[in-house]
Ligand binder design. Sequence first.
Ligand SMILES: *[C@@H]1O[C@H](CO)[C@@H](O)[C@H](O)[C@H]1NC(C)=O
Length: 324
Amino acid sequence: MLYFQMVIMAGTVMLAYYFEYTDTFTVNVQGFFCFDSSYTKPYPGPDESSDIPPVLLLSLVTGVPVLVIIVGETVVFCLQVATRDFENQEKTLLTGDCCYINPLVRRTVRFLGIYTFGLFATDIFVNAGQVVTGNLAPHFLTVCKPNYTALGCQQLTQFITDANACTGNPDLVLKARRTFPSKEAALSIYGAVYLAMYITSTIKAKGTRLAKPVLCLGLMCLAFLTGINRVAEYRNHWSDVIAGFLIGISIAVFLVVCVVNNFKGRQAEQEKSPIDNLAQMPMISIPRVESPLEKYQLYHNCTSSRISFTIVRVRHHKSHPRIL
Ligand SMILES: *[C@@H]1O[C@H](CO)[C@@H](O)[C@H](O)[C@H]1NC(C)=O
């Protein structure tokens, strides 16, 4: 099973690579109206000169969650060892007979693995959107430098569809055709939402009732500002940023609720479930949600699709499934 997941992961990374660094997928060429004022904003310079350059964004989006999850899991583990809770739960095996993996390592790898997968998935969604729509950036005409005389622009209503209308730097023109949705907005909100949900469901210490929301809203605020900054610097339209936010939030919520099961452990599932094994079997079920039992199975079809690492429940968790 582990190999299968690694193959999927490698495929995801490859696809993201092809979108980012090659021109395998040709960008849709959109036309424009002569002198259209939506696209004549000044060129803000390359991405590296932005207030939030790509290097800073990528290191925050990868570094902060890695740090928080490793520290969080270590603290959870140490608390379990200190309270001797660990001995009861130690025997959860990875695949039944062959190997025992420390629950600390197992949980950390699982949460970070899913996070990384989601990061590449977000990147693929965003790039696919950009390539398919080919929406123009607010500074498009500034870098395109069309020769209005040669194109015959007498009136503003004239629509130019000529793919070779631009005389500017081809690389900048190509980049200005890839704006919908905003990649920066999607990646930053994805990281913020995933981390916020991790913090909310993992930290159970007393006295953090207000600290947790402050931390989570602070993360969301940073992501929000990253998106807004794109509009302020004429790199994206607000609609690009909103679409990016929606993609990032959707992927994070889906992964946390359906795949990592709200960061809860295996034991929480076992306690409430004699028919759990039944739900693990690959069956095709017609979704009728009349009886409580069927609702329950439907919920499990969603939760049992997680990666095969099993994890140990954090102490003091309520065992009821909670869907955000
Ligand atoms: C624009 O096109 C016209 C007519 O083809 C040509 O005379 C003129 O030199 C061009 N201008 C630029 C800046 O290339």
